[in-house]
Design a protein around this ligand. Structure first.
Ligand SMILES: Nc1ncnc2c1ncn2[C@@H]1O[C@H](COP(=O)(O)OP(=O)(O)OP(=O)(O)O)[C@@H](O)[C@H]1O
Ligand SMILES: [Mg+2]
Length: 252
């Protein structure tokens, strides 16, 4: 067939983008309580952004808004240049947002393997039933390989956190959203989780939006946003994270 007669390929144009996530002017309410106030936040492709702030300032609310679990009263959210503000959480997951919720939310009575396979639901093609767990997952979290048939509820807190991150990766996200992954976890495991997240970024070039209180982990991020009373009050490179920002926004 000559090139002239070849049918035009019906593919969407490749849109070069340097921003994975862009949230603009978000205002979010619980009932009449105004929680998020004029929030702007952006996550560059292949970078880690950390959201910091004291208890109850709205960090989880912001993540849930990005995921689509909460609807903003005003504002817009784009993923890789595509508007997603009006899409369901399910559609957003299939477009590439992976979520590791605060408290992990492992299904206790399912096995580790079954918990991992649940993550397949977020793939663009959904779950087909014949997928396997890639070696990459076990290279990141070797402990999971030895525990595939254990019940999720029988794992330690640190192991459950690793399982929750691995489950999110099973969906092959472009943006991984993590809500306080080191909360209540012992220091040696915190370092393992940090190293795994950095390695995920290096190997797969995905972007990460992280809520974190642990200073060592915050410093692994490229950029930070500090939140107070539902608004972003400071942001910048984590290399320039000052003592005053650390004291004001992190519970150290
Ligand atoms: N379902 C809800 N209904 C009403 N108010 C809520 C609800 N969830 C959270 N809030 C309120 O919204 C505010 C922000 O909560 P959010 O969970 O986003 O804070 P956070 O920064 O994640 O806190 P933490 O560090 O404790 O996780 C708080 O004042 C909280 O009491
Ligand atoms: Mg929270």
């Amino acid at each position: 067939m000559s090139a002239v007669n070849a049918p035009a390929l019906d593919l969407p144009p490749v849109q070069p983008t340097e921003t994975m996530l862009q949230a603009t002017n978000l205002n979010v309410y619980y009932g009449e309580s105004h929680i998020l106030r004029q929030v702007d936040l952006s996550v560059p492709v292949g970078q880690m952004v950390c959201l910091i702030g004291r208890n109850g300032v709205g960090k989880t609310t912001l993540l849930k808004t990005v995921l689509g679990l909460l609807r903003p009263r005003t504002g817009a959210i784009e993923l890789a240049g595509q508007p997603i503000t009006h899409l369901s959480p399910d559609r957003r997951a299939r477009l590439g947002i992976g979520y590791v919720p605060q408290g992990r939310e492992i299904i206790p009575r399912l096995s580790v393997k079954e918990n991992l396979l649940l993550g397949l639901e977020a793939r663009p093609s959904g779950r087909k039933g014949n997928e396997t767990i890639s070696d990459e997952i076990f290279e990141l979290f070797p402990v999971l390989k030895t525990m595939l048939s254990r019940r999720g509820g029988d794992l330690s807190g640190g192991q459950q956190q690793q399982l929750a991150i691995a489950r999110a990766l099973m969906g092959q996200p472009r943006l991984l959203v993590l809500d306080e992954p080191t909360e209540g976890i012992q220091p040696s495991i915190i370092l393992e989780i940090e190293a795994a997240v950095r390695r995920i970024i290096e190997v797969s070039k995905i972007s990460v939006l992280l809520v974190e209180q642990h200073l060592h982990f915050v410093r692994q991020a490229d950029f930070y946003y500090a939140m107070q009373k539902g608004g972003i009050v400071s942001s910048g490179s984590t290399r320039e994270l000052s003592q005053s920002v650390i004291q004001q926004f992190l519970a150290v």
